[in-house]
Design a protein around this ligand. Structure first.
Ligand code: IMP
Length: 207
């Protein structure tokens, strides 16, 4: 049985305050008080894992042992069936562009184009199935961890469609829907997303 999470402070192993706000909205009603690893000055470990679960575990354990508080970390990305699950843990890296005007940056159109280029090399009738995956890892300071995986299955379209969302949303069409995530209203996406699926599993097990 999964260890229960007591109400109180929960470190979010992220330096992204937007992510912390989103998690506060989801877990606040269960008595959790999320605080970011960034605001506590906790170091960000290198994500050296080859799976979402490994990376989420690395991030969660690093902050839990450094802070002495339970910590939640997530890792997410796109798995493309015909590419053997790539880009997977390298989903964000595929958008990394060369330094431009003195700054590094991410170009999501370049990343979507890279995926499409690889699919095209495999022929016109290539399997276009893909899934967004979100793995959450909750770690306690004594080293115990619990993992929750959320997924949303779908297919990749080209050209990209829609101006909502972020990352690869404009090319991802969830199964059973005619719109891409880029064309979904944000609330509609949040209802069926991989992240929502993972949080539902976490809340069902821990709350
Ligand atoms: P991270 O887990 O925050 O490092 O995210 C990994 C990458 O996966 C993001 O930078 C996005 O490119 C991609 N990704 C994760 N979730 C979504 C999503 O809901 N829509 C589009 N792209 C996503």
């Amino acid at each position: 049985m999964t260890r229960k999470l007591s109400p109180g402070r929960l470190v979010i192993a992220s330096h992204n305050e937007g992510k912390v706000r989103e998690i506060t909205a989801l877990l606040g009603p269960y008595g959790m008080d999320p605080v970011s690893a960034g605001s506590l000055g906790l170091p960000e470990p290198e994500e050296t894992g080859t799976t979402f679960a490994e990376n989420a575990r690395i991030k969660a354990l690093a902050s839990a042992t450094a802070s002495g508080l339970p910590t939640l970390a997530d890792d997410s990305g796109l798995e493309v069936a015909a590419l053997g699950g790539r880009p997977g843990v390298y989903t964000a890296d595929w958008a990394e562009r060369q330094w431009f005007e003195g700054k590094p940056g991410r170009d999501w159109y370049m990343a979507m184009g890279k995926v499409e280029g690889l699919l095209c090399e495999l022929g016109a009738d290539v399997d276009r199935r893909a899934a967004f995956v979100c793995t959450l890892c909750l770690a306690w300071p004594d080293g115990e961890t619990a993992l929750f995986e959320g997924r949303v299955a779908g297919g990749l379209v080209w050209p990209p469609r829609g101006g909502h969302g972020f990352g690869y949303d404009p090319v991802f069409q969830p199964a059973g829907h005619a719109l891409t995530f880029g064309e979904f209203e944000p609330e509609a996406k949040h209802a069926i997303s991989h992240r929502a699926d993972a949080f539902r599993k976490l809340v069902a097990a821990l709350a």
